[in-house]
Design a protein. Structure first.
Length: 291
């Protein structure tokens, strides 16, 4: 059975085409070879020397995140509290500017320069993926929401997020029409992009790793022999580390953290190309993602 993430989904009404969100800092970063690895493995981790942003920008962004925390911008999610114990703050580049989406967002503090740079980097990932010919399973084109999730897992030794999938991959037949309509935004999620804003020397004993469960492992679980335990890959949430994974294939979890842990996440969405067919193609297909 699919584990469906149940928190409020990103607003995607004002998403932009990938081509409108170019980020110079990504030039030469998402090379065709790395994008092929992402397609093959379902995930890609760029850390250490491969990380796209310098430590200066990341620590500035962490300061901006702490400031947002002190301004009371973080709130619990609508998930059950046993699913996840982080607090989140939804941010847009335009927050605190005349171009903000509404009056409430015009009144909040502008994002700091460090956080702005991180937002622009994540929002540029879709364009960089398309340039390297990233192929979504459904041949969709990528779109970039304006809204990103800034999450804070408090340093209490228990804050975590249980194993889940970011996208809803169940068909209308499985879900029923109402539930299917309710989960529309989750179905559009194609690629999860996460940038960590923590210290660059985060070590394993602080906990808080992102555990990625290998897609092959999930497929195996349908076999009578059952999966071999331990088929996963842990990523330490070191500042500057960029993780990309297929939102529909890669189950993942956040292990309990002993240290305040900040993660900035963008869900890149995939929308059917007009020439391939409308969303009704998905609707009609009972197993749209089993290829
Ligand atoms: O912070 C992370 O490493 C992942 C968080 C996550 O899985 C989510 O917010 O859906
Ligand atoms: Fe997730």
């Amino acid at each position: 059975a699919t584990l469906l993430e149940a928190h409020l989904s990103t607003e995607v009404g004002d998403a932009q085409p990938a081509s409108a969100c170019r980020c110079p800092a990504l030039a030469g970063v998402l090379t065709p070879a790395r994008v092929r690895a992402l397609e093959r493995d379902g995930f890609l981790v760029l850390e250490g020397r491969d990380a796209p942003l310098g430590p200066g920008v990341v620590s500035q962004a962490r300061g901006d995140a702490v400031a947002a925390m002190q301004q009371g911008r973080f709130a619990r999610t609508s998930n059950d509290s046993d699913v996840r114990q982080d607090m989140v703050c939804w941010i847009r580049e335009t927050d605190g500017t005349p171009d903000a989406v509404d009056d409430t967002h015009r009144r909040v503090r502008r994002l700091g320069d460090g956080l702005l740079e991180c937002v622009r980097l994540l929002r540029g990932v879709a364009q960089a993926l398309e340039t390297s010919g990233y192929g979504t399973p459904l041949g969709e084109c990528l779109h970039v929401p304006q809204q990103l999730q800034l999450a804070w897992y408090p340093a209490d030794g228990t804050s975590r997020y249980v194993r889940h999938l970011d996208a809803c991959v169940d068909s209308a037949l499985d879900l029923g029409l109402l539930e299917w309509l309710r989960t529309r935004d989750y179905r559009e999620r194609a690629v999860t992009a996460i940038l960590y804003l923590n210290a660059s020397d985060w070590c394993a004993d602080r906990g808080g790793a992102l555990r990625l469960h290998h897609p092959e492992f999930q497929r195996d679980s349908a076999s009578p022999d059952g999966p071999s335990p331990g088929a996963h890959f842990d990523v330490l949430p070191r500042g500057g580390t960029l993780v990309l994974f297929d939102s529909r294939r890669v189950e993942h979890q956040v292990l309990p953290t002993n240290e305040d842990r900040f993660a900035l996440t963008l869900w890149i969405i995939g929308r059917a190309k007009p020439e391939i067919g409308s969303r009704w193609t998905w609707f009609a297909s009972s197993e749209p993602l089993q290829k």
